[in-house]
Design a protein around this ligand. Sequence first.
Ligand code: NAI
Length: 327
Amino acid sequence: MKIAVFSTKSYDQEYFEKYNTEYDFSFFETSLDASTASLANGFQVVCVFVNDTVDKETIEILSESGVELIALRCAGYNNVNLEAATQHNIKVVRVPAYSPEAVAEHAIALILTLNRKTHKAYNRVREGNFSLKNLIGFNIHGKKVGVIGTGQIGATFIQTIKGFGCDIIAFDIHENQELIDLGVQYLPLEDVFAQADILSLHCPLNQHTKHIINKEAISKMKKGVMIINTSRGALINTADIIDGLISEKVGYLGIDVYEQEENLFFQDLSESIIQDEYILRLMSFPNVLITSHQAYFTKEAMREITLTTLENINAFQQHLELKNEVK
Ligand code: NAI
C-alpha cells in the first residue's frame, strides 16, 4: 500500500521510518490542498496534519487520483470536508488521543510563563540584568480557572491544574460526572466568562465554537483575565482579542494556535517579511505569548501518533473495523 505523507517535517519522517516495517511511504514537505492534491496520484492513502486543506475540491482530486483513505495524524478534523469524503467513498481516520497530557501540560506552561515571565527573566539574566522590575506575577493558588471543553484534554488540564489549589469552573455541552465529583462546577458559558481569572479553551473548532471568544464574550470577562488557547486558532476572533488587549480588558494571552496559522506555523520565517498584520500586532504585546502549535509535540505523543496512524492504515488494508474513523 502506497502512502503519501503531506506537510512532512524531519521529525515526522524520523518517527515513521522508525516504526514502519510494512508500507511504502513517500514524504512531501508541501501541505495538501487543491493545488498539490495531484501529487497523490497513484497513492491509496494520504496522511495529513492540522494545516492541510482537505476541502471539497481537494477531495475531488484525491478521488480521481485513486485515494481511498485520508489518515489524519492529529485529533482535530475541522480541516476535512467529511461530506465530500463520504460522497467520494473516501474513509477518514484520525488519532483521537495521543497524549492529552502533552497539550494540557503545554497549556499550563503558557500560564506559568505568562504569569511569572520566566521567558523574560531568562533573557535578562543572560545579559547580566538581575533586576526584578516588572516581573511581578500572581499566585495561581486560589484563582478561578474556567475551562471550555472538558473532553480528554480539558479533563487532563483540570486534573493537573487542580494541584495548584485552583477553583475550577467549566462549560461543555456534555458534563463529565467524574469531574463534578472532583469538585468542578459546570456553569453556563456567560458565567464562566464572567467569573474566570484564567480561561483555557479545550473544545473543538466547529460552527458552534468558531469565534467563541469575540467582542461580546470579552466584554463579559473580568478585567485582566488570562486567556489560553491550545485548541484551534479560530476559536478566537483575532481582531476582537487585539482590541481586548489594547483596552487592557484582556491581561494576558497565551496561544499555541492562531486563526491564520497555516501561512506561518511550522516554518522558519526569520529571514522573511511577514505580511500578516494581526500576528505582528499580537507579537508586539508584552503580555502575549505565542508558540507555533507545539502543544502536542512530545516524544510520547509523536510515538503514539505514528503507531496509531500505522494501526489505522493496517485496519483499512485488512478490511477491519475502523475504530478511529471520523464520520
Ligand atoms: P475531545 O473530543 O475529547 O473533547 C472535546 C470536548 O469539547 C468534548 O467534551 C465536547 O463535548 C466539548 N465540546 C464540543 N462542542 C462544544 C461547545 N460548543 N462548547 C463547549 N464544549 C464543547 O477532544 P480533545 O482530545 O480534548 O481535544 C480538544 C481539541 O484540542 C481538539 O479538537 C483539537 O482542536 C485541540 N488539539 C490541539 C493540539 C495542539 O497541539 N495544540 C493537539 C491536540 C488537540
